[in-house]
Write a protein that binds this ligand. Structure first.
Ligand SMILES: Cc1cc2nc3c(=O)[nH]c(=O)nc-3n(C[C@H](O)[C@H](O)[C@H](O)COP(=O)(O)OP(=O)(O)OC[C@H]3O[C@@H](n4cnc5c(N)ncnc54)[C@H](O)[C@@H]3O)c2cc1C
Length: 479
């Protein structure tokens, strides 16, 4: 480790992530960010001040020991850094790529106020990729407890829960409705941001530790949560089924041909491999077309940037607030803009128009101004009377958020739900109203982030561990 003083470290410039040029990357689905080399990673780690009270750790929802791992990177001890991260994070290569670090660990970094926060995400990605490339052995598992847990949903919440539970010696089976595991990581986030091989490698680490995956298994259709407990004999169930039901605009013309939800668009591209060159899968045709995307979150940016790569003639993000309120990660906004996505702010769609064949031809956009802050603290859009204009559009993609899919919950009527259709749980434990049944992730919070879902999965795993411990003790007492 270098002997630099704090003052010297503070003077060092951040090491930026090498990335492909916008011109080259907008023509294919290859990853945009190229990753640090070992030298770049060590140089970036050298900027860390190793604060006595590491606020970055407080900013991480899964509590990764950031100071310790950055310290190891600075010393060139990459395997050791990987072990530090994987003690708290079962998806480090994913989180290093997609976490909104600017509002979490990096936002809490002591250097953030000077605009020079340590690039913790880039370092995490480097360490995770290094470990994968060097066959880092998966964390060991203890001897089996004989207890069995069913996890419903293979997204980040279910994966984090599964990882901690096998780490406690429990037998874990993950039931996934789709034919691929990973949740939004597999079917939502596109290849150019999160290569599918990275998600697959993280899943292989879990398999190596004994987690079983059952795909094409929709819980609530054939088997219910009650069946898992009483017929299949699981000792506890964790529900991590996400919020996969798209919201629509509820404006006239939304049924026209050419209007899609971002979920459908991205799922078709991701799961049907449209990103593979010469793929002949049934796609949503956008080549040569004028595309508008409604919304400005990560999903909207992913849909817009995917349309760019599928050779749309033009791609416009239409958003009812201003650039400052856009919820997408800063990096996604910058990348989208550099790739040629046009941002039209302070407009909201009020009607979609079509031709005699029912095909979309245009969108009526209402001008907005910003009013008072709403419940989130963001200023609300207010329509400006009589300021509506039409823009020509061939394809519209709606990316204004998702709600929970009611399928599993309808089949589990004694599970308490909120008026928004989310599952009600104890925040610290994920315990639902049903004994032995826990939940976490987007099904509890509504659409949020990967790391928040993982944090919920970890809290639930700890609570399930205690629940199983106490049920084991009870059984022993009865014998
Ligand atoms: C396009 C897109 C981009 C995003 N980008 C980012 C980003 O950059 N950074 C970030 O932090 N967050 C991002 N998010 C949000 C993040 O992905 C989610 O908050 C996170 O994946 C939620 O995890 P989860 O485990 O709750 O659910 P999910 O990831 O939704 O996984 C739930 C899984 O449960 C399965 N399932 C559903 N019902 C059943 C059933 N009845 N039986 C069995 N299985 C079932 C689903 O098929 C799915 O695989 C993005 C979301 C989307 C849609």
């Amino acid at each position: 480790m270098s002997e630099r003083t704090r003052r010297e470290r503070m003077k060092l410039d951040p090491v930026e992530m090498p990335e492909r040029s916008a011109d080259s990357r907008r023509t294919d689905f290859g990853e945009v960010n190229e990753g640090y080399t070992a030298e770049l990673a060590m140089a970036e780690a050298e900027r860390c001040l190793f604060c006595a009270r590491p606020t970055c750790v407080e900013g991480c929802p899964v509590g990764v020991d950031i100071v310790n791992f950055v310290h190891r990177v600075e010393a060139g001890e990459f395997e050791e850094a990987a072990a530090v991260i994987s003690a708290d994070n079962s998806l480090p290569a994913v989180c290093g790529r997609v976490c909104p670090q600017e509002t979490q660990c990096e936002g809490a970094c002591g250097l953030a106020k000077k605009g020079k926060a340590i690039h913790i995400g880039h370092l995490e990605r480097f360490v995770a990729d290094y470990a994968r490339d060097h066959d880092h052995a998966p964390a060991p598992v203890p001897s089996p407890t004989g207890k069995r847990v069913a996890i419903v949903g293979s997204g980040p919440s279910g994966i984090a829960c599964a990882s901690d539970l096998v780490g406690l010696g429990h037998e874990v089976t993950v039931f996934e409705a789709l034919h691929e595991v990973g949740g939004v990581l597999a079917y939502g986030i596109p290849e150019f941001r999160l290569p599918k091989s990275i998600v697959a490698a993280e899943m292989d680490q879990l398999r190596a530790r004994g987690v079983r995956f059952e795909t094409n298994a929709v819980i609530g259709m054939v088997d219910t949560v009650d069946d898992l407990l009483s017929v299949e004999g699981y000792d506890a169930v964790f529900i991590g089924v996400g919020a996969g039901l798209p919201r629509f605009l509820n404006v006239p013309g939304e049924n026209l041909i050419g209007v899609f939800s971002a979920s459908e668009f991205l799922t078709r591209v991701n799961l049907m491999r449209a990103y593979v060159e010469d793929s002949d899968t049934a796609l949503i045709e956008v080549e040569g077309k004028a595309v508008v995307v409604f919304g400005a979150g990560n999903t909207a940016m992913d849909a817009a940037r995917t349309a760019v790569r599928l050779d749309a003639a033009s791609v416009t993000i239409a958003y009812r607030r201003s650039r400052e309120e856009m919820p997408a990660r800063t990096e996604e906004l910058d990348h989208a803009e550099a790739e040629g996505v046009r941002f039209e702010t302070l407009v909201g769609p009020v009607e979609l128009h079509g031709d005699d064949d029912g095909r979309l031809t245009g969108v009526m956009l209402q001008k907005m101004i910003l009013g008072e802050p709403d419940a989130d603290g963001r200023r609300s859009p207010v329509p400006v009377p009589e300021q509506i204009r039409e823009i020509p559009v061939d394809v519209a993609i709606v990316a204004i958020g998702n709600t929970p899919n009611p399928l599993l919950l309808r089949a589990t009527p004694d599970l308490e739900q909120s008026k928004w259709g989310t599952v009600v749980v104890d925040h610290d434990t994920g315990q639902t109203s049903k004994p032995g049944v826990f939940a976490g992730g987007d099904i509890v919070t509504g659409g949020a982030t990967v790391i928040l879902a993982m944090g919920a999965g970890r809290r639930a795993a700890a609570a399930i561990g205690e629940f199983l411990g106490s049920s084991a003790e009870l059984e022993e007492e009865l014998l």
